[in-house]
Design a protein around this ligand. Sequence first.
Ligand SMILES: [Fe+2]
Length: 169
Amino acid sequence: MSATDRDRYVLHLNHALAMESALLDRLEQRAAAVHQPELRQRLLTHRDETLQHRDAVRDILTALHAEPTPTSAKAQSPVTPSLMGKVLTALESETEDKLLDDSLTDYALESYEAAVYSALALIARNLGYAEHATRFEAMRQQERAAADFFAAHLPAIVREAFPPAARAA
Ligand SMILES: [Fe+2]
């Protein structure tokens, strides 16, 4: 493996670490803001998973003898100069349908994370880090499950944002 491949792998890992650190704060805020108990519980469960993901990525960086980026890093990583930044900017802007928009953002972020770990698992495998790949695959599954939950919960959010009109036949 060339030093360059390893360095680029480390760069992607540092971006994943920044992403998890930023999402940890976001999930806390989301859990505090929502009022459906089932959704709040799922957000808190995923907050715990996110904490584990952050630590796992940090462990892998340490094992590679790479320096983890300070954890206050924002999620605007060069891996996706725009996507995470745009999503979070959109999130921070006040909109008419904040409840609905935040739920769509929950789904987008988790789907994005699932894709990041899918890519990291493939990179790790190609570079000969089979054990890392196994851990990334497990993390991918947790991100996917979170995204699937948020998608399944969307009808309840929409019902609240746009209650069905009682129409006369
Ligand atoms: Fe996640």
